[in-house]
Design a protein around this ligand. Structure first.
Ligand code: ATP
Ligand code: PRP
Ligand code: NIO
Length: 483
């Protein structure tokens, strides 16, 4: 298998149809026409009331390094479908477009453009697949992490999922997304090195099995590690695991920090309460109880409702694989294309009203009440509109238009930031910790009703009147063509 190419890049990380279309654009000489595409998803995942945008940093890396390498061109040539002229053009292709995007950590909702790409058609087309690939996964995991963290509250949330993730890249970028969503630590050491995420962990059952004696295993661990969290459920949590952990902790005294014990099976509520009593009776009031074992937001909520005495949560499979909803379904749709030097609207019609796209050059704003300082709704307006100059804005549901409200005394801000200008990176990527803090402060802007994990209220994402009218006119025009 020829899977090792020294010059392997990501330009071919695209769907074959993109390259086939690219060749047609090039041959028809429309490839340099500017096109505008938007990234958005149609439904919030996990029944959550909001999503957390993640993936921008990798999109930036991808676009900065976008080029077809020698071996990419050679491979395309081998496929026998592409002309030498076209392949030669691809060799020199770089990203020269303009990208406006929400910042990583932005709170985002269904139906609003997360990112807007304005680029020569051929580029905008080829990059679609990778951009969606990145944003779909990272946003999904950041959202799942945030949802789990909302339930965990101030206790420690650790990402333990690498072994169950969908391959290596998913573990690495999923870990980063989990951190953005609010997790404080990861067991993945490479993610620690690459992103500076704090690494944390305990030990496994195999260590206890290897020594064939729980006490010996804990002792050996304590001899080599200052901070000790002993896994106590290999044989019998209450009769063997916790007593052995306490015995070792007493023997080592100040030589170790008896940070915690970890429960990984059985009735976690019952065992944690018993464990707390045993640790307290032995004088280890500060020793924490860690729990893992197929946890997710539902189990954690249940455990809390049972009064479980758990202080730290290790979450793997259900987080890193977005177990209950493995796809976000974000799409990349054309909103406009250049004709005679000007942009004209483009639309995709569907019999499902929610799938009809919103054409034209638009901006997306967040409206904040000056009285409550809380977010009132998001507002998609035509680029030429100036909603910040209005005294009152009418917000109405884009499909059920009779549902409406008027907002005054508001602040409004553009959710998009310029990331690339004509191919040049003009945005400085913030440190990861700053992104995590941004999520936290951002969430404070939203009423609790939008953040609860069960049946959250629907946060309004509305079109301006001009944007709505423009959409209707475009639909009418298309319908007339076929009547
Ligand atoms: N008190 C509890 N209330 C609700 N769910 C619990 C409680 N205690 C544990 N759970 C969850 O129940 C599930 C139990 O999983 P499972 O049946 O595989 O057993 P286990 O105890 O983990 O055993 P093992 O790991 O040895 O297979 C896990 O998802 C765990 O998080
Ligand atoms: O349950 P998750 O949320 O997926 O969290 C990760 C799991 O990975 C480990 O189990 P594993 O059986 O792989 O190894 P172990 O022998 O160390 O427990 C750990 O004990 C957790 O149970
Ligand atoms: O450190 C741990 O306890 C750990 C790490 C990965 C998976 N499960 C547990």
């Amino acid at each position: 298998m020829k899977y090792r190419h020294p010059d392997d890049g990501l330009a071919l990380h695209t769907d074959y149809y993109q390259i086939n279309m690219a060749q047609a654009y090039w041959e028809d000489n429309i490839h340099e026409k500017k096109a505008v595409f938007e990234v958005f998803f149609r439904k919030l995942p996990f029944g959550n009331g909001y999503a957390v945008f993640a993936g921008l940093e990798r999109v930036v890396q991808y676009l900065e390094n976008f080029r077809f390498t020698e071996s990419d061109i050679e491979y395309l040539r081998e496929l026998g479908e592409f002309s030498e002229g076209f392949l030669n053009y691809l060799k020199g292709l770089r990203f020269t477009g303009t990208v406006r995007s929400m910042r990583e950590g932005e709170i985002v909702f269904a139906g609003e453009p997360i990112m807007r790409i304005e680029a020569p058609l051929i580029q905008a087309q080829i990059i679609e697949t990778a951009i969606l690939n990145i944003i779909n996964y990272q946003t999904l995991i950041a959202t799942k992490a945030s949802r789990i963290k909302q339930v965990i509250g101030d206790e420690l949330a650790m990402e333990f999922g690498t072994r169950r993730a969908q391959e290596l890249d998913a573990a690495i970028w999923g870990t980063r997304a989990a951190y953005i969503g609010g997790f404080e630590a990861t067991s993945n050491v490479r993610a620690g090195k690459l992103f500076g995420i704090p690494v944390a962990g305990t030990h496994s059952h195999s260590m206890v099995q290897a020594y064939r004696d729980e006490y010996e295993a804990f002792r050996s661990y304590a001899l080599r590690n200052k901070n000790c969290v002993f896994l106590v459920d290999t044989y019998d949590t209450l009769k063997s695991g916790i007593p052995n952990a306490i015995r070792v902790a007493k023997e080592f005294g100040d030589k170790i920090n008896f940070v915690g014990i970890r429960l990984d099976s059985g009735d976690l509520a019952y065992l944690s309460k018993e464990a707390r009593k045993m640790l307290d009776e032995a004088g280890f009031h500060k020793t924490k109880i860690y729990a893992s074992s197929d946890l997710d937001e539902y189990t954690i909520l249940h455990l809390k409702s049972q009064g479980a005495k758990i202080d730290a949560w290790g979450i793997g499979t259900k987080l890193i694989t977005a177990y209950d909803q493995p796809a976000l379904g974000a799409v990349y749709k054309m909103a406009a294309i250049e004709e005679d030097g000007k942009f004209v609207d483009t639309i995709k019609i569907s019999s499902n009203p929610e799938k009809v796209t919103t054409p034209g050059l638009k901006k997306v704003y967040r409206i904040i009440s000056k009285t409550t300082k809380k977010a009132v709704g998001d507002y998609i307006a035509m680029e030429w509109e100036r909603p910040e100059k209005e005294k009152t804005l009418k917000l109405f549901h884009p499909t059920h238009t009779y549902i409406c409200k008027y907002v005054s005394n508001f602040e409004i801000y553009d959710l998009h930031h310029e990331i690339f200008k004509d191919g040049k990176l003009v945005y400085s990527l913030p440190p990861l910790k700053e992104i995590q803090n941004f999520v936290k402060s951002n969430l404070q802007m939203f009423w609790e009703e939008y953040k609860r994990s069960l049946n959250p209220e629907h946060y309004p994402v509305d079109l301006s009147q001009a944007c709505w009218d423009n959409r209707m006119n475009n639909i009418k025009k298309i319908k007339q063509q076929f009547s």
